[in-house]
Design a protein around this ligand. Structure first.
Ligand code: SF4
Length: 291
């Protein structure tokens, strides 16, 4: 297995075989995102991808899950992706799930039939970074998609039978739009009704445009307790969700929570209130946080 540059995957893919089919992110312009700043987007040569699958099939034959990296492997056409999915199924006989990050245009640019083709080929979970349900915030951070487009992308993926995991980013509205960001994010999640919803907490990283904005005084990150307050607003506004599984288990968060929103909302709120009441000692230490 050979990897180029930093490779990330969602926490829930910790046990998965990670296969790079692309390098970087085809958008790579979000002002807060440091992940692929040093790795320009490119498609990985197909021959190398298939060689890696062969190699991994020999060393990890019992793998049950695979994850396609990097930032949005779904940017590849079905013509390119389907042979990769076939090779994975052939080399890993116990494989029962393949996942990938996706940007909204990667879904919206496909027909229903093309999405179904991918799902039938075992690409059954995708991860979409909503980041914020507030279009003002999305435009400021140059997300490259509107809330409406992302809601539509999630619906279309779900209509094709895929599970969708949606990610929101606490703090992205700064102190200025903290409240709007939290309320609108809850509204977008309610419209999507995804299988999974995770919240991460923004860490402003040197080298990003957002870091420069912060230095100039054009952006201010809410305090840790205010970020937890944002989490409370999001959960408090998610009153009508079905079985969405909510998680804050990413290392960037100050508090790790998990539950099914329709069943555990009150428990989640009271856990957040407990931390808010105890103050900073109840929060994960800064040195323990990570991207
Ligand atoms: S779309 Fe995702 S991976 Fe790409 S720049 Fe934005 S946050 Fe980073």
């Amino acid at each position: 297995m050979r990897y180029k540059g930093m490779v990330i995957r969602p926490p829930s893919e910790a046990e998965s075989y990670i296969l790079q089919v692309t390098y970087g992110c085809s958008h790579n312009r979000c002002t807060f995102c440091p992940t692929y700043l040093d790795k320009p987007f490119m498609m990985r040569p197909a021959a190398e991808v298939f060689e890696d699958i062969e190699l991994a099939g020999r060393t990890l034959p019992t793998v049950r899950r695979a994850f396609l990296a990097d930032g949005n492997a779904l940017v590849l056409s079905n013509r390119r992706l389907l042979p990769v999915l076939t090779a994975l199924r052939q080399r890993f006989p116990r494989l029962n799930r393949i996942g990938s990050y996706a940007n909204a245009p990667d879904i919206l640019g496909r027909s229903h039939e093309e999405l179904v083709q991918l799902r039938k080929a075992l690409l059954s979970i995708i991860y979409i970074g909503l980041e914020s349900g507030d279009n003002v915030v999305l435009e400021r951070v140059n997300k490259g998609a509107t809330v409406e487009e992302m809601v539509e992308a999630v619906r279309r993926a779900q209509d094709a039978g895929m599970k969708v995991s949606v990610i929101g980013l606490l703090g992205l509205g700064g102190t200025e739009r903290s409240q709007e960001h939290a309320v609108a994010t809850a509204r977008a999640i309610a419209a999507m009704s995804p299988r999974y919803f995770s919240l991460l907490t923004l860490m402003v990283v040197p080298g990003t445009e957002l870091w420069e904005e912060e230095r100039r005084g054009d952006f201010a990150l809410p305090s840790p307790l205010d970020l937890l307050g944002e989490m409370r607003i999001v959960v408090d506004h998610l009153t009508d969700l079905g079985g969405t599984i909510f998680r804050t288990n990413h290392a960037s968060n100050y508090v790790a929570l998990a539950g099914i929103l329709s069943r555990d909302r009150e428990r989640l709120l009271s856990a957040i209130d407990d931390c808010l009441g105890k103050g900073p000692p109840a929060l994960r230490r800064e040195w323990m946080r990570g991207l």
